[in-house]
Ligand binder design. Structure first.
Ligand code: AHR
Length: 531
């Protein structure tokens, strides 16, 4: 799929200019933006795993956010809060990465199984020095994943653990109930083997995961890829466990080169089925941008930075193409999102931030980028699911609020496993000071039931955009869906006012000049194009 920024042919443009569908913005009449979808030229599948989540033992991401304990007055099923499960089921989370993050490389799974009262209490040395009660462990995670209807993406400890420890963990989860490991699992309440669909071979091994050189990591990774086996008899063929190796930190090509070179030379004994990329939108380090109060310059700077994801993926995909031209190994962007200054009066190690309309726009732009690279990017995990960084959900004791980013994930549901369609449009320019950005962004796809969908993001906080949609190979006379916007880009949802940024119905009908969508400033619109 191509995102073309060139204008349409002169004759088409002349027609648009003559069309009586001009929007009035800032006192100037503007021609509509001509957007052409080629419905007859299907692109790659937008894998539903692109909409994956990440839940680390960090702050209240797990304890409070997911796990409240069986005796909690907060409604729960076996200790897992019901409101959160219901909200996550509604966005059809395809996979959850757990237990970290940096936490994963210091996690010892045996601390988190068996009777709750005998579990070891440890210190979460990565995140605020909090006491880790280990009451949420393997069996609780698997129960959670099952309750929300998702797949498990388990990251093993390659930093401070051993190959044997990791191998025994996956054996515990997947072995036949007649084996010693399987019997132990059954005694802990789950006789049938669990399904471990994705296996992370370490985390950020270039930094918190052990500061390893790419070559050292690659050698270690091969041992894990060889010996950490999945024994679940149902996990064969398409269901086989996918091993995801640590890959690049942002633009650094060293891990991409080393891991992909070794993958190319792999023999029968080991392989990997994914290479991870981590890249956050931070506005500099340490993160100092506020999540609640920011001006338009800060908005534009952050949006500009986030659009860099496109170049990053292109850069690493080009390296991967040299070793793997058939694109067998996906690039898995398993940590991304906005990382902002911690909210006042919170533990800075808990990474608590609010989530604004700007963050929803950032999410939509990144999802669009992933969709455009769907041939190589087949899985991503936004950081993080609940109460941490760019969260879907914020909780406070028994209260829960859905963030603007959550709403984007819900609006984008039709794109899960949809087939991308080429979209051609002139993105125009949004200018803020010396920052120039595209004014609009869009993707289109045919969903699994054959329906056509268009998602448009208007980045400009002040100017509405009129889009004149034209289809090749299909007909559209109606557009029906939802729009997400608010009075300000820094608008947020709070426990007291939970629907400041919430989707509203959106529709358009074809007129004399075609199907025109009037997209409000600073908004995300997702519509089905109906014949
Ligand atoms: O998501 C927070 C942290 O960011 C993760 O633990 C780590 O992998 C990354 O540096």
């Amino acid at each position: 799929m191509i995102r073309a920024t060139r204008p349409l042919a002169a004759c088409a443009l002349a027609f648009m200019l003559a069309a009586p569908t001009l929007v009035q913005a800032q006192g100037r009449a503007e021609p509509p933006i001509a957007l052409r979808i080629d419905a007859g030229a299907p692109g790659p599948k937008i894998d539903r795993n692109i909409f994956g989540q990440f839940a680390e033992h960090l702050g209240t991401g797990i304890y409070g956010g997911v796990w409240v304990g069986k005796d909690s007055p907060i409604p729960n099923t076996r200790g897992i809060r019901d409101d959160v499960v219901q909200a996550l089921r509604a966005i059809k989370v395809p996979n959850v990465r757990w237990p970290g993050g940096c936490f994963a490389d210091e996690y010892h799974w045996r601390h988190g199984i068996g009777p709750a009262e005998s579990r070891r209490k440890t210190i979460n040395s990565n995140w605020g020095g909090a006491v880790e009660p280990n009451t949420f462990g393997t069996d609780e995670f698997m129960d959670f994943v099952d309750q929300i209807g998702s797949e498990a993406y388990v990251s093993v400890n390659l930093g401070s653990g051993t190959v044997q420890e990791a191998a025994e963990w996956i054996e515990y989860m997947t072995a036949d109930p007649e084996t010693t490991a399987g019997k132990e699992r059954a005694a802990n309440g789950h006789r049938a083997p669990y399904k471990v669909k994705y296996l992370g071979l370490g985390n950020e091994s270039w930094s918190c995961g052990g500061a390893m050189t790419p070559e050292y990591y690659t050698d270690e990774m091969k041992r894990y890829a060889r010996f950490v086996r999945n024994y679940n008899p149902k996990q064969t063929g398409a269901e086989a466990m996918q091993r995801i190796a640590v890959g690049p930190n942002q633009a650094d090509p060293a891990y991409t080169e080393a891991v992909m070179a070794s993958q190319k030379g792999h023999d029968w004994a080991w392989n990997i089925e994914g290479l991870s990329l981590h890249s956050y939108t931070t506005g500099g380090w340490p993160p100092s941008y506020s999540s609640t109060k920011f001006d338009e310059t800060a908005y534009a700077k952050l949006v500009k930075e986030t659009l860099g994801m496109d170049g990053l993926i292109a850069q690493h995909a080009a390296i991967m193409d040299r070793y793997d031209p058939e694109k067998k190994v996906p690039l898995v962007v398993d940590e991304w999102g906005v990382w902002l200054a911690p909210l006042e009066d919170t533990n800075p190690g808990f990474l608590v931030q609010q989530n604004s309309l700007r963050d929803a726009i950032v999410a939509a732009l990144n999802l669009n980028i992933f969709a455009r690279h769907a041939d190589r990017v087949r899985m991503t995990n936004i950081a993080q699911m609940i109460n941490v960084l760019q969260a879907m959900i914020l909780t406070d004791k028994d209260r829960m609020v859905l963030t603007p980013t959550y709403h984007v994930y819900k609006m984008y549901l039709p794109f899960q496993d949809a087939t991308a369609m080429p979209v051609n449009f002139d993105a125009g320019t949004y200018v803020q000071g010396d920052i120039k950005l595209p004014r609009v962004d869009a993707i289109a796809a045919r969903d699994t039931q054959g329906r056509l969908w268009l998602a448009v993001t208007n980045l400009d906080p002040a100017r509405p955009a009129s889009i004149l949609a034209d289809l090749t190979g299909a007909k559209a006379t109606n557009a029906r869906g939802q729009v997400l916007t608010a009075a300000r880009v820094d608008a947020v949802n709070t426990f007291e006012a939970p629907a400041v940024v919430a989707p509203r119905p959106f529709s358009a009908k074809a007129g004399r000049d075609g199907l025109r969508l009037d997209i409000p400033a600073k908004s995300i619109v997702v519509v089905q194009l109906e014949p």
